[in-house]
Structures are given as C-alpha cells and as structure tokens.
Design a protein around this ligand. Structure first.
Ligand SMILES: Cc1cc2nc3c(=O)[nH]c(=O)nc-3n(C[C@H](O)[C@H](O)[C@H](O)COP(=O)(O)O)c2cc1C
Length: 189
C-alpha cells in the first residue's frame, strides 16, 4: 500500500528555452526548496518539434512519447513560464498540444498542475497565466488556484549565478510548494 507521505515526483517545465532564463531559475529555486516533500525533475522542451497531425499519425517523435510518459508517471506538473505578447510562449503551448493527445488517453487528464511565472516588468505574467489555466482546462487538469506566483521585475530576484536572493519570494515559494503538495495529496487519498 502506498504511504501517503511518500515524496512526490514532479515534472517541471520552463516556458523559455534561453540559457539565462529567469523562469528556469525560478524552477531551479523551487527544486531546491522542495527537496523534503517532492523531487522536481525538469523536462527540457527544446527538442520537441512543432505539433503536426501528419507526423503524429505516422510516428510520434520519441521525445514526445518520453515527455508524455514522464508526466503520466508523475504526481504533478509544475510550469514556470514567461509571458509573451500577453500570452503563453509558443514553446509551452506546443508542448501542451502534443501532451494533450489523444484526448481519451492524455496524461494531462486529471493531473495536478501548478504554475508560476515572472516577467521583467510589473505584470508578473498574470495574463499568460490566465490563458494557461484556460488551455489546461481543455485536458481537465487539476490546477492549483492559490497562492499564485506572479513575479514582477524577476531580474532583480536572482544573483549573477542564478541563485534566488529575494527572501520574500523565497518565503512565498515555500508557501506555494506546500500548497501544491497538499493539493496533490487531496487526489492521492
Ligand atoms: C517575444 C517576447 C514577448 C514578450 N512579451 C511580454 C509580455 O507580453 N509581457 C511581459 O511582461 N513581458 C514580455 N516579454 C518580456 C519577458 O517578460 C522577459 O523577456 C522575461 O525575462 C522572459 O523570461 P525568461 O527570462 O524566462 O526567458 C516578452 C519577451 C519576448 C521575447
């Protein structure tokens, strides 16, 4: 029988591919903070090709199968994303499009998910996260509603080595990850 306090296994994805991504730093910070309660393993979206139904029908790319199986085996999905043009970056939407297939067999169905994001300005990805919730609803994902992680001026929160230096954000991440853990455990009962 499963011990309900077993460490949770989480897949983390960043909606930015660039090396110096602040949103990946945020994911890394979450990974470090969460060590007691969950293991967060990042899945790099950079190798996922653009979604194409013809490709899907002939042979689903190996990396997509791997991505879907990692999600299927995980207790939850953690997304850290920037906002692009008031919405979700194409790379993130594309990965979700692949993972949402086929609708009757998607690993996203009833999978707990939490999101966080940061931008250089003062909106903290609020519009992107609103769109993201709508996108995830199509696959019936179980999205944590609160607390939200909307990081403004994210470039001021990390040092040159990508280490989180903002204590208020660190404390907020601790609360957020605890809430995510509790959220996941509701569905594991
Ligand atoms: C194509 C593009 C569109 C952007 N659109 C927005 C936007 O709508 N709102 C916003 O707050 N920042 C926007 N930004 C700025 C990002 O918030 C900023 O570059 C952020 O650091 C990117 O995240 P990253 O560091 O994880 O790559 C945009 C950046 C790019 C490259």
């Amino acid at each position: 029988m499963e011990n309900k306090l077993d460490k949770l296994n989480i897949v983390g994805i960043a909606g930015s591919l660039r090396k110096g991504s602040y949103n990946r730093m945020l994911l890394e910070a979450a990974k470090e903070i969460a060590t007691d309660s969950m293991t967060i393993e990042e899945f790099d979206l950079s190798g996922i090709p653009m979604y194409n139904t013809d490709v899907e029908k002939s042979a689903v790319p190996e990396i997509v199968t791997e991505f879907k199986e990692k999600i299927r085996a995980a207790d939850g999905l953690l997304i850290s994303t920037p906002e692009y043009n008031y919405s979700v970056p194409g790379v993130l939407k594309n990965a979700i499009d692949w993972a949402s297939r086929m609708p009757k067999d998607t690993p996203l169905h009833q999978k707990p998910v939490a999101m966080m994001g940061g931008s250089g300005g003062i909106s903290g990805t609020i519009r992107a996260q609103g769109h993201l919730r709508q996108i995830l609803a199509h696959s019936n994902m179980l999205d944590l509603k609160k607390p939200e992680v909307l990081v403004t001026k994210i470039q001021e929160k990390f040092d040159g080595n990508g280490v989180l230096t903002d204590d208020a954000l660190k404390q907020h991440l601790i609360r957020f990850l605890a809430a995510f853990e509790n959220w996941i455990r509701i569905f594991k009962k």
